[in-house]
Design a protein around this ligand. Structure first.
Ligand SMILES: Nc1ncnc2c1ncn2[C@@H]1O[C@H](COP(=O)(O)OP(=O)(O)OP(=O)(O)O)[C@@H](O)[C@H]1O
Length: 343
């Protein structure tokens, strides 16, 4: 069996705080296969961005990796010196972040920013690098690329800037794009266009995607497999279809029920009451128990383990960390009238 393109094993990230250690990422494992599109989804503060930044060696100070490993094509790159790690990562992956305006150099023409990697890393001449940049601008759907090549970031709209960032990410011919909330700053129409670009890259160019988002609707439009994170842990994983049709963790269930479904005339929305736990404290029992409509006494005492649940042989393994997973098929009926409000 071929190794995944990217694999993270049992990653722990801590942040020293004045009042103790914040265990922001608590044993995350995930993988992305060749040309796969995988989503990492969860509400704000669940540890998605730190997971992504940790694997890229880009953790903000004072956050640090406590343990865990990162493998590329099966090779453990965890202990590599920073420069070597950077080269290994940029040979394989391109990155797109939320804030395109900050990511771009304000005093450099956008076309030259795309041409930089072909010029410096791929050994192209100036005119060849420019031609590559214009091709990439066309690929990510930028109309009139010759003219826009000459513009500075502030002269472009938010959606166009994010396309420039995707073109820069593609300029090293990566096999995988890592994107952290790439459409959060964009309005809904432009968001759909940018997601369309990412989808097309997978279909036409076989470029894989690891997409981090708090928005289940965004990952649903783009990814075929999901990891759902809550309070620093993966609480459910599986194919998009499995997760959205039959969630096996109450947090996934709540996330789905909090997204309005335009297909139903009356959307019944579930509000996820309460706050995630304080990650500086040791968590006893299930971290979602205090907010879970289905929690019972043992959920507040025993910590659930992420383990395989009901996958058919030969299919993608789906996993859930819930002690009450055997009742999942009855969750819809079990939601009480107090927790469900008609919108
Ligand atoms: N530089 C930092 N200093 C202190 N705490 C931090 C820092 N960066 C992240 N955290 C904390 O670590 C936890 C995980 O943050 P992370 O950014 O990974 O979450 P997230 O799921 O990506 O959410 P968001 O979408 O809001 O970024 C949160 O509790 C956050 O407040």
């Amino acid at each position: 069996m071929t190794a995944p393109l990217l694999e993270v094993r049992d990653l722990h990230v801590d942040i020293p705080m004045p009042h103790g250690r914040l265990h922001a990422v608590r044993g995350v494992s995930l993988s992305v296969g060749v040309a796969e599109s995988v989503g990492l989804v969860g509400e704000s503060g669940s540890g998605k961005s730190l997971t992504l930044r940790a694997l890229l060696g880009l953790l903000p100070r004072p956050a640090r990796i406590v343990s865990g490993s990162v493998l590329i094509d099966g090779e453990d790159v965890t202990g590599l010196p920073a420069k070597q790690l950077h080269r290994r990562l940029t040979d394989t992956m391109g990155m797109v972040f939320q804030d395109a305006l900050t990511a771009l150099n304000p005093v450099m023409r956008v076309g030259d920013q795309i041409a930089e990697a072909p010029l410096r890393k791929l050994g192209k001449s100036r005119s060849e690098a420019k031609a590559v940049a214009i091709d990439l601008m066309t690929e990510v759907g930028i109309p009139d690329p010759e003219r826009r090549y000459q513009l500075y970031p502030h002269e472009l709209s938010g959606g166009m800037r994010q396309r420039i960032c995707i073109a820069i990410a593609l300029s090293t011919k990566p096999r995988l794009i890592l994107a952290d909330e790439p459409t959060t700053a964009l309005d809904v129409t432009i968001q759909a266009q940018v997601l369309g670009v990412l989808r097309r890259l997978k279909q036409d160019e076989n470029v894989g995607l690891l997409l981090v988002s708090h928005d289940l609707a965004v990952v649903s439009q783009t990814c075929s497999r999901l990891y759902v994170m809550y309070a620093g842990k993966v609480v459910e994983s599986g194919t998009l279809l499995d997760l959205i049709t039959a969630p096996k963790h109450p947090y996934t269930f709540s996330l789905l029920r909090s997204v309005p479904d335009p297909g139903h005339r009356v959307a019944r929305l579930l509000t996820i009451h309460g706050q995630p736990p304080d990650l500086t404290d040791a968590i006893v029992g299930c971290s979602f128990a205090a907010r879970c409509p289905f929690a019972e006494e043992r959920c507040r005492q025993e910590e659930p383990v992420l383990e395989p649940v009901g996958s058919a042989p030969g299919t993608v393994i789906r996993k859930s960390a819930c002690l009450r997973v055997d009742t999942a098929e009855r969750w819809t009926a079990m939601v009480s009238e107090e927790t469900v409000g008609q919108q």
